[in-house]
Ligand binder design. Sequence first.
Ligand SMILES: Cc1ncc(COP(=O)(O)O)c(C=O)c1O
Length: 391
Amino acid sequence: MNKRFKKYQAQTTSNPLGLEIKKAKGSFIYSQNKKYLDFVAGVSVNNLGHSNSEINKAINEQLDKYSHVMVYGEFVQEKSIVLCELLSELLPKKLNCTYLTNSGTEAIEASLKLAKRITGRQKIVSMKNAYHGSTHGSLSVSGYEKRKRRYRPLLPNIFQINFNSKNDLSIIDNDTACVIIEPIQGGAGFISAKNEYLKEIRKLCDKHNVILIFDELQTGIGRTGKMFAFENYKIVPDVLVIGKALGGGFPIGALISNRKLLSKFISNPELGHITTFGGHPVIASAGLKTLQIILREKLHLKTIEKEKIFRDRLKHNLIYEIRGSGLMLCLIMKNSSVASQLVSESLNNGLILFFLLYEKRAVRITPPLTISENEINKGCDIIIQCLNKIN
Ligand SMILES: Cc1ncc(COP(=O)(O)O)c(C=O)c1O
């Protein structure tokens, strides 16, 4: 592995994949002398594949006009407005206003602050095994103790409950500011929330005037058959947090809520959330083009047919289960050793797969939404060949 990479760039694992990237286009990433089919898409980011020419054109057009000119919220910048406008057109009426941030984590942080401001309460309910980010606030509501322990004390008044367990929901009461939940728990192993469970949470949040926050960082922007995963359930959150694929490959986050609720950031104190680069015009133009292309090509709807090909093709005695929805899929392998062997064998054979944060038996399959049937079949062939070798 490149020595300078390990020497000068701070590392967060002792065994990074370490692929040296030369270029990337469509569903492929290239090193100096090898081509790799990408089944990861930068961890649910590159929904239109790599180096999309329409996104590149939109970025260049914006760059030629202006780039960063002011911190968030002071100047009127057309592309950011149109992006927020399009999001509100796509969403139910009550989600009619957007605050753009630099990252998903920042949007999560802002959403927790917003819930406190709206309700005047401090108690937060979140899920065990959730992942919402790695800063103090977002780590506090994340639910994997092993990753949290060394950073305590974290935020007080966080109550973590078992995902999908209706019995735990009595914790939601008149003192609760918000409930934060991923509709499909990512790091935990792509575990889908049950319809009845989410409905019950919505009911209790309504009863006690609690803000319901949906973290759709991974599930949003067309990955699970709808533009947003909450549309698969018959409920609407009070705050929707998105990011990742929204930026078309560039850093972004967004919290979307009702204009009246978001106006809490305006006063008492003013500047309730501050960010220098949120709403960056170049990133907004990439995000806008991304949404427009997904809608035009109906890529979100097509994920369901593509999911079916994966499920049909990936049958093997070492695969215990395929979890997830649309093109947010993961293979649950016999054990963690098989999972890591599969990731490294596939890489040797020209296919990029990856792990999940907490569930070590899992192998991630989150390819670009633009992936072709041919490419899916090619990747599945490699997976089956590698598993036969491991067997
Ligand atoms: C469900 C979920 N929430 C929050 C985050 C944090 O987003 P970001 O890394 O853009 O800050 C992630 C990132 O993987 C995520 O998957």
